[in-house]
Design a protein around this ligand. Structure first.
Ligand code: SF4
Length: 258
């Protein structure tokens, strides 16, 4: 069963990576919109009928919804550790994303100054300067790299846009370390293709990207919830820790979520 978020501002919910997290869904409430179609996406597959009229919230509606919720929870036990953009797809696809980040920073400073702002992104909009600049302003800019080879990225993330891996890594380098890399490790099968981002070749290339980008942190994790492709294997914590140790040995911080 896939999970779709039915509100613009939802929670706080407990997030294994971010603690008490007030969620923001800038995408439709009825279906996912994403430039990827990951085999493990908890929102399910992208809809086949893309002709469906898509209405995204306006920044004014977002501001009202966020301010209302922050007023309710500021100073209570529900006060969030993080205001987190995730939701039903890729948040940076929203055409007003940069303004929305500015609004969020202003409201965070006013109502919940201790909370961080986090964006979980697949990074496919990083070539847009306004998206890059907006992500540079927040605390947790969490970008996805799910494999070492472009072939395995295609198999895991199934992008519906062209991916230039070298350019993507260069864009991540531009954050000068003010970026967190997120990677989901898994094995399995999809559409007759073997999926495995844990082979020596995949891990070795992936570690090269970490060395190039020098992120302030890397988050590696295993499947947690129901996935659209069922033939996928959840890695053990020991396997994740083994991968993490290779990166730690190079002096980088890694968190594992098994
Ligand atoms: S990038 Fe995120 S939202 Fe998009 S398909 Fe992958 S897991 Fe789902």
């Amino acid at each position: 069963m896939s999970i779709l978020f039915e509100e613009l501002v939802f929670g706080p919910i407990y997030s294994r990576r971010l603690g008490k997290s007030l969620g923001i869904n800038l995408l439709p409430q009825t279906h996912k919109i994403c430039t990827f179609n990951c085999v493990y996406c908890e929102c399910g597959w992208n809809p086949e009928n893309t002709a469906e009229k898509t209405k995204l919230p306006k920044k004014e509606d977002f501001e009202k919804a966020l301010e209302k919720r922050l007023k309710e929870i500021a100073g209570t036990t529900e006060e969030p550790d993080s205001i987190t953009f995730s939701g039903n797809g890729e948040p940076t696809l929203h055409p007003e994303f940069a303004d929305i980040i500015d609004i969020t920073i202003r409201l965070r400073n006013k109502y919940v100054p201790k909370a961080v702002i986090s964006v979980l992104s697949n990074g496919t909009m990083l070539h847009k300067e306004e998206v890059f600049k907006a992500l540079s302003k927040i605390d947790n800019n969490i970008m996805k790299i799910d494999a070492g080879t472009i072939d395995m990225i295609q198999k895991i993330n199934m992008p519906n846009v062209e991916i230039d891996l070298n350019r993507y890594i260069q864009n991540l380098q531009r954050f000068n370390g003010k970026v967190i890399i997120q990677t989901l490790f898994l094995r399995g099968n999809h559409n007759g293709n073997r999926i495995d981002n844990t082979t020596e070749e995949e891990i070795s290339l992936w570690i090269d990207y970490i060395k190039t980008i020098k992120p302030r942190k890397t988050m590696i994790y295993a499947i947690d919830r129901s996935t659209p492709e069922k033939d996928l294997e959840k890695l053990t914590v020991a396997e994740l820790e083994n991968i993490a140790d290779k990166v730690r040995a190079l002096g980088f911080e890694v968190e594992c979520f098994g």
